[in-house]
Design a protein around this ligand. Structure first.
Ligand code: TMP
Length: 215
């Protein structure tokens, strides 16, 4: 599917620093005079944000089946693609998205163990052939992610409801990481690996090197 703009997605496990790096990349591109749209998944539309709440925080979402989780992620995605991503790309904007369909492969496919062919067909229904121009895998060692996550959870303990995904066990996150690894190796032209264990400034530079040839 061709478009005028550029579509860049950031992927990785919990506490890899994706949202911070998206904000920094967006700022850098805007300083160059480019028009940038920052989005996140699940979410990014009014309906998608409600679905995000169901998926992450709503007590009624506790214990939902992996199949429900797959469909809700992709319901949010179907809205985001049609309401926000495609119009922005067609008008020549740069779209930066915090997670996209590779997260579904990693979390619902590898993490939850759903059939990968079924996962792919639901994704295709949701995105209708749209692919990112570039996908960055912000990769951070499990020990660093654990420490960052513990800090984040302590800071949020009083202000935010608990997050169903943050409460998953280590084995789940190991399967998710394997999912990103395999997706990365399967499409080396689209993907770039970014070591996300360093300082914010180091990671920002690595992110920039991974996307700058698109402009
Ligand atoms: P985050 O915005 O803090 O990364 O939270 C989103 C959570 O949703 C995160 O734990 C990963 C998970 N997720 C999936 O399981 N599948 C998906 O397709 C997407 C986009 C996110």
């Amino acid at each position: 599917m061709s478009h005028l703009g550029r579509f860049i997605t950031l992927e990785g496990g919990e506490a890899a620093g994706k949202s911070t790096q998206i904000a920094r990349l967006a700022e850098r591109l805007r300083r160059q005079g480019r028009s940038v749209l920052e989005l996140r998944e699940p979410g990014g539309t009014p309906l998608g944000e409600k679905i995000r709440h169901l998926l992450k925080h709503d007590p009624d979402g506790r214990g939902m089946s992996p199949e429900t989780e797959l469909l809700l992620m992709n319901a949010s995605r179907a809205e985001l693609v049609r309401q926000r991503i495609l119009p922005a790309l067609q008008s020549g904007q740069i779209v930066l998205c915090d997670r996209f369909y590779d997260s579904t492969v990693a979390y619902q496919g590898f993490g939850r163990g759903l059939d990968l062919a079924a996962v792919q067909s639901v994704i295709q229904l949701a995105v209708g052939g749209l692919q990112p121009d570039r996908t960055l895998w912000l990769d951070v060692a499990p020990e660093i992610a654990r420490t960052r996550l513990a800090g984040r959870q302590a800071a949020q303990a009083t202000s935010e409801p608990s997050d169903r995904f943050d409460e998953e066990q280590e084995a789940f996150f190991a399967r998710v990481a394997q999912g990103f690894r395999e997706a990365f190796h399967a499409e080396p032209d689209r993907w770039r690996h970014v070591d996300a264990g360093g300082s914010l400034e180091c990671v920002e530079e690595a992110v920039w090197s991974a996307v700058s040839n698109l402009f």
